[in-house]
Design a protein around this ligand. Structure first.
Ligand code: IPM
Ligand code: MG
Length: 348
C-alpha cells in the first residue's frame, strides 16, 4: 500500500504528435470539472529518446511508479523507426506496472456517428476487456538466418494460467448480464485450450452471469452485424487490440474511443485514447480530443470520483449532440475549441 496523499499525483505524458495536442484538452476539462489533482508533465517523447537513447529515463520512471495515475497521449514518431521506443514506453508501462486489464468501452453518444444502416442495431454500449500483459505482445521469439531466403521468424504467444484467469475473473466482476469470451481455440489449440479451461472454471463461480463463447472471426462479424447484443467481451491481447479498433469505428471513429489500463488490485492506472500519434494531421489543430477527454473521465472514475466522471461524460455527449466537434465527426471546431466547448458545459 502506498501512503495516502492529500492530492492525487497525476503523471501527464503527452508523448508525440496528436498526443501533445489532445492531452492538454483532457487536463483542461478535468480542471473545469473541479478535479483537484497535482498534474505533473514528464518529458517522455521522441525528441527526448533521440537525445538520450532512453525511452523513459530512470528518474522519470521512479516518479511514474509512484504516481496515483498516468494520463497518456500517444507514442511514435516517423523519425524514430525503432520498435524499441514503443516497447520502452507504452508496453513497458503496461507490463512493468502490471496493468493487466485494458478497458476499451464503446458507447454511441449520438446516433449520427454510427456507420451502421439499421437504426435498431446502432446503439452500441459495450466493454472490451483486453488482456494487457502477455499474449503475442511480450516480445519473445527471434529471427534465425535473418535477411536470407532461409529466414525463420518466431513470435511466441505467451498465455499463463494466472494471466488468463485474472482477466476472465475481472470480466465476471464487472458484468451485469453476460460475458462473451473470444479466442481462436479451433486453430490455436494450446493457448486456446488454456483459455477454454480457465473460462469454464471461472464461469462456474458466477452462476448469475450468462456466458457465451465466440471465435474471434465470428466476433468481428457479429460486432458489425449487431453490436447491441454485447455487454462485456473478454479476450487476449492481440484480439482485443484488433476488435477495439473495430468498435471505435462503430461509435464515430478512432478520435473518439477512450481506454484505460489498470490493475484492480494495486489500483494503478494509465489512461489513453485508443488513437495513435496521427502524424498526417498532427500539429494543425485538427485532431479530435474526445478520446483523450473520455479517457480522463475513466481515470477520474478509477480514482473514485464517480460523479465528476459522469459529469465529464455528460458534457462530452452534449457537445457531440450539439455538433461541437472536430471535422472527423462532421463539425468545424479545432482541437482546443472542442476542449473549450466541453469545459464550458462543466463550468455552466
Ligand atoms: C493500442 C495500440 C498499441 C497496441 C500499439 C501502439 C502497440 O495499437 O493501444 O491499441 O497494439 O496495444
Ligand atoms: Mg490498437
Amino acid at each position: 500500500m502506498r501512503p495516502a496523499r492529500a492530492r492525487r499525483h497525476i503523471a501527464v505524458l503527452p508523448c508525440d504528435g496528436a498526443g501533445k495536442e489532445v492531452v492538454p484538452e483532457a487536463v483542461k476539462v478535468m480542471k473545469a470539472a473541479g478535479a483537484d489533482y497535482d498534474f505533473q508533465e514528464y518529458d517522455v517523447n521522441a525528441d527526448q529518446y533521440m537525445r538520450t537513447g532512453e525511452p523513459i529515463p530512470a528518474q522519470i520512471w521512479s516518479d511514474l511508479e509512484k504516481a496515483d495515475s498516468i494520463l497518456f497521449g500517444a507514442v511514435g514518431d516517423p523519425r524514430v523507426n525503432d520498435a524499441a521506443y514503443l516497447a520502452g514506453v507504452l508496453l513497458r508501462l503496461r507490463f512493468e506496472l502490471d496493468l493487466y486489464v485494458n478497458l476499451r468501452p464503446a458507447k454511441l453518444y449520438d446516433d449520427r456517428l454510427s456507420p451502421l444502416r439499421k437504426e435498431e442495431r446502432r446503439k452500441i454500449d459495450l466493454l472490451i476487456l483486453r488482456e494487457n500483459t502477455e499474449g503475442l505482445y511480450v516480445g519473445m521469439g527471434g529471427r534465425f538466418k535473418k535477411g536470407t531466403e532461409e529466414e525463420v521468424a518466431i513470435q511466441e504467444d505467451v498465455n499463463t494460467y494466472l494471466g488468463v484467469t485474472r482477466i476472465i475473473d475481472y470480466a465476471f466482476k464487472v458484468a451485469e448480464r453476460e460475458v462473451v469470451m473470444v479466442d481462436k481455440s479451433n486453430a490455436m489449440t494450446y493457448a486456446g485450450a488454456l483459455w477454454q479451461e480457465r473460462w469454464k472454471e471461472v464461469a462456474r463461480r458466477y452462476p448469475h452471469i450468462k456466458t457465451r463463447h465466440l471465435y474471434v472471426d465470428a466476433a468481428a462479424m457479429q460486432l458489425v452485424r449487431d453490436p447491441t447484443q454485447f455487454e462485456v467481451i473478454v479476450t487476449g491481447n492481440l484480439f482485443g487490440d484488433i476488435l477495439s479498433d473495430l468498435t471505435a469505428e462503430l461509435i464515430g471513429g478512432m478520435g473518439i474511443a477512450p481506454s484505460g489500463n489498470v490493475n484492480p488490485e494495486t489500483k494503478r492506472g494509465l489512461f489513453e485514447p485508443v488513437h495513435g500519434t496521427a502524424p498526417d494531421i498532427a500539429g494543425k489543430g485538427l485532431v479530435n480530443p474526445i478520446g483523450a477527454i473520455l479517457s480522463a473521465s475513466m481515470m477520474v472514475r478509477h480514482l473514485g470520483q464517480q460523479e465528476m466522471a459522469s459529469a465529464i461524460e455528460g458534457a462530452v455527449e452534449s457537445a457531440l449532440r450539439a455538433g461541437e466537434c472536430t471535422r472527423d465527426l462532421g463539425g468545424s471546431l479545432s482541437t482546443s475549441e472542442v476542449g473549450d466547448a466541453v469545459a464550458k458545459r462543466l463550468r455552466d
